[in-house]
Design a protein around this ligand. Structure first.
Ligand SMILES: C[S@@+](CC[C@H](N)C(=O)[O-])C[C@H]1O[C@@H](n2cnc3c(N)ncnc32)[C@H](O)[C@@H]1O
Length: 258
C-alpha cells in the first residue's frame, strides 16, 4: 500500500479538486449522486476510497448518511475543509481490510478505484470487505472503465486515451500481468512538463462479476453510465450494481473459500 500513499500525497490532494469541471462538472456529478441516492434506498452509504469527498459531500447534502474509508490522510485533510467528522466520518485504512462501524444499505467505489488494487486477490478482498459492511440485500456499486485492449495492435504497448492542448493521457500496458500505468502529462509552450502516474490492475466486467460471486453478490444491473445508458460492446466504462444474496446462498461470504 506504500505506493498508493506516495501517489495520493499532499501535492496531489491539493490539486485534486477541479470545482465545476472534469470529474467535478455538474453533468458528471449530478447523475452520479442522483443514482446513488436511489440505490441507497433510504439507508446509509459507505464510500470506499472517499478521497476529498467529490461524491460523498453532495450525497450527504442530499440527506444520505455517508461514512468513508480512505488510505490517504492528505486527501482526507482536503475533505475536512468541506465537512467535519460528525457530518462525514472517515476511517483511515486499506479498503480491502479496514472495518467502519455500522451497517449500510449501499457501499460504493467509483472513479475506477478498484483498479488501484494491483492484484486479483486484493480486488476480491475488496468485494468481501464491502459485503461485510452491508445489511442483507444491500448493494455494492462499482464504476470502472472497460480495458481498451482492442485498440492495442500487436507489438504496441501504449495508447493515448486523451489529448487536448497542454495535456496528454497515455496508458502503458503489461498484458501478461494485466496491469497498466496511466501517465497524465501536462505541459505548456516551453520544455517543462508535469507528470502524474498511477499504476492499475485492469479488470474485465466478467472477472468483476466472478469476484462478486466469490463474495456473495449477484449482479443486479450494469449500465454504461450513471444515467442508465445501455451497456454495449462499444461501451468504454460501466456502472455495475451488485446485490448481496441470502446467507444460505453465500456460505463463503465472510469466511475462507471452500
Ligand atoms: C481517483 S481517487 C477517487 C477519490 C473519490 N472516490 C472520488 O471519486 O473522487 C482514488 C482514491 O483512492 C484512495 N485509495 C487507493 N487505494 C486505496 C486503498 N487500498 N484503500 C483506501 N483508499 C485507497 C486514494 O488515496 C485516493 O484518495
Amino acid at each position: 500500500m506504500a505506493d498508493e500513499q506516495q501517489i495520493w500525497d499532499a501535492d496531489t490532494a491539493q490539486r485534486y479538486d477541479t470545482p465545476g469541471t472534469g470529474m467535478f462538472a455538474p453533468d458528471v456529478l449530478g447523475p452520479t449522486v442522483d443514482r446513488l441516492v436511489a440505490l441507497a434506498d433510504g439507508g446509509a452509504a459507505l464510500e470506499l476510497a472517499i478521497g476529498t469527498g467529490r461524491v460523498a459531500v453532495p450525497l450527504a447534502g442530499r440527506g444520505v448518511p455517508v461514512t468513508g474509508i480512505e488510505l490517504s490522510q492528505p486527501m482526507v485533510d482536503v475533505l475536512r475543509t468541506k465537512v467535519d467528522e460528525a457530518t462525514i466520518p472517515v476511517v483511515m485504512g486499506d479498503m480491502t481490510t479496514v472495518r467502519a462501524p455500522g451497517r449500510f444499505s449501499l457501499v460504493y467505489l467509483v472513479f475506477n478505484t478498484i483498479s488501484n488494487l494491483l492484484t486479483q486477490a486484493e480486488q476480491v478482498e475488496c468485494f468481501r470487505n464491502a459485503a461485510r459492511h452491508l445489511a442483507p440485500g444491500g448493494r455494492f456499486v462499482i464504476e470502472l472503465w472497460v480495458p481498451q485492449l482492442r485498440v492495442l495492435p500487436p507489438g504496441v504497448g501504449a495508447t493515448v486515451w486523451h489529448e487536448e492542448p497542454g495535456y496528454l493521457g497515455i496508458d502503458t500496458y503489461d498484458v501478461l500481468e494485466q496491469r497498466l500505468v496511466s501517465h497524465h502529462v501536462r505541459f505548456g509552450e516551453g520544455s517543462d512538463a508535469q507528470l502524474f502516474r498511477s499504476p492499475h490492475r485492469y479488470v474485465w466486467p466478467a472477472e468483476l462479476d466472478l469476484m462478486g460471486q466469490l463474495a456473495g453478490f449477484g449482479l443486479e444491473s450494469r449500465h454504461a453510465d450513471w444515467s442508465g445508458a445501455a451497456f454495449t460492446a462499444g461501451s468504454t466504462s460501466h456502472v455495475s450494481v451488485y446485490r448481496l444474496l441470502d446467507e444460505e446462498r453465500t456460505p463463503s461470504r465472510t469466511g475462507p473459500l471452500p
